[in-house]
Write a protein of this length. Structure first.
Length: 453
């Protein structure tokens, strides 16, 4: 090596010193080892790191002791580079300091220390060394097999580890029956990382301990949708019927995952007090949610769900219609003969004019099932269209009067007929009828108003 190269390493600028070390790492020169060892003490971390890596190329054992010193460097990347080089050199005398490096604060350094120790065929001499090896390798599930001592390290990792380590530790603790796990999982519910909270909920769900429900229930309102969905399952198993009130509220959650999970949970719990809440979202914008709600109503078997389920037979999605058919059959095999089902007739008739082909087809089949003459309805609709073309309907006044009759059925029929007539003058009286005391009349009036728009 030239005198000038040595001088550059001694008094050159940081950029110059780094350039010289990089050059030595690519150009094999047996005389360069001393200069690279000298560079291990450079003020610039990048120069020290590059020098530690460069020494591997020369395979000179005179660099082992200086590299061991570098294992205490203040810069993690430099410590990692020295550990890597020592392992590849096969320096057995570096085993003890490399084992100490398993406690390093830096994750990368610990991982490289394990890798180098494996190259040196190191075997842990004590349980504590084995724990350090496992922790450094990240195979936390192996600690479970070590019994109470291993579980203790996992519990410590949950409390003070990095988010990734906390997640892995929680998953590993889920494989043990240690009595300390329950409290650790409850503490993990307060961690900042959503994945850790989800993992803890999964462990608590498997425990199904009723005493944990008060701590789980608040997570039904967690900021993360994925956590809220996981909390639904945990609250269901740990809280049972105590969770019903909270789960019904979750049916209005902004996340479709939470709404779907809540519907499934309420169906599984078998509490009919949830019927009203489920019916309110039977027309949810999400198909999977609608299907889950319908399945849940079928499992609950409450007759109050018949009318909404009949209307669900008009859904635009085939899977939803099939689910509604199965649910109705579970509630009452002769559901089409019930009064509740027949209350859906006005909307079914309106669906004959729906833009979606399958909705029209479903409406037609339903009406036939109810023994309603579909052809006459279609002819009536055609007559209404013809009358609209020729001017105001002569029967408008009659329907307007009947819209306020004492007989609820006459009011209902009048509202439906005014909608079919498309008589613009009916807007005002239909608006009044939309506030009728009877639910079906109100709905018919609203449908008629929609038809007039």
């Amino acid at each position: 090596m030239s005198w000038w190269t040595i001088q550059q390493l001694r008094i050159g600028s940081p950029k110059t010193r780094l350039s010289v070390v990089e050059k030595l790492s690519h150009e094999y020169d047996p005389d360069a080892v001393k200069s690279l060892i000298f560079a291990l003490k450079d003020k610039i971390p990048e120069v020290r790191c590059t020098a530690a890596r460069a020494l591997l190329r020369y395979n000179d054992f005179s660099a082992v002791d200086p590299l061991i010193e570098v294992l205490r460097d203040t810069e993690p990347l430099t410590r990692a580079a020295a550990a890597e080089t020592l392992g590849r050199l096969g320096a057995a005398q570096a085993i003890t300091p490399l084992v100490q490096l398993l406690r390093d604060v830096d994750l990368v350094v610990r991982g490289i220390a394990v890798r180098s120790l494996n190259r040196l065929n190191w075997q842990p001499a004590s349980p504590s060394d084995r724990v350090l090896q496992i922790l450094a390798m990240g195979n936390l599930h192996e600690l479970v097999a070590m019994g109470p001592e291993g579980v203790g390290h996992l519990l410590e990792t949950v409390r003070n580890g990095t988010p990734n380590k906390q997640f892995a530790a929680v998953k590993a603790l889920g494989q043990t029956n240690d009595q300390r796990v329950r409290q650790a999982m409850l503490e993990a519910l307060g961690k900042k990382t959503p994945a850790v909270r989800m993992a803890a909920l999964g462990v608590l769900e498997n425990m199904a301990d009723p005493e944990t429900f008060p701590q789980i229930e608040p997570l039904l309102r967690d900021e993360a949708p994925s956590v809220r969905a996981a909390a639904v399952d945990a609250a269901t198993l740990c809280g049972g019927r105590r969770a019903i009130t909270s789960l019904v509220k979750c049916l209005k959650d902004p996340s479709w995952e939470v709404r779907q999970a809540s519907a499934k949970a309420l169906g599984a719990l078998g509490e009919t007090s949830a019927v009203e809440g489920l019916v309110q979202i039977i027309q949810d914008p999400d198909r999977d949610v609608r299907e889950s709600v319908i399945v849940a109503l079928g499992e609950l078997g409450d007759p109050r769900a018949i009318q909404p389920l009949v209307l669900a037979l008009l859904d635009t999605e085939n899977t939803v219609r099939n689910a509604a058919s199965s649910a109705l059959y579970k509630i009452n095999r002769r559901w089409d003969e019930t009064e509740s089902a027949h209350r859906a007739l006005p909307k079914i008739k309106t669906a004959l004019k729906h833009n979606d082909y399958w909705v029209c087809q479903s409406a037609s089949k339903l009406l036939q099932q109810f023994n309603v003459d579909v052809k006459s309805l279609q002819d009536e609709a055609a007559s209404v269209k013809l009358m609209m073309k020729s001017g105001p309907s002569p029967v408008y006044t009659l329907f307007a009067d009947l819209l306020f009759d004492r007989d609820r059925d006459l009011r209902l029929a009048s509202a439906v007929s005014l909608g079919r007539l498309r008589e613009k003058n009916a807007t005002a009286i239909l608006s009044t009828a939309s506030r009728d005391a009877d639910y079906c009349v109100r709905q018919a009036a609203l449908s008629a108003l929609t038809a007039l728009e």
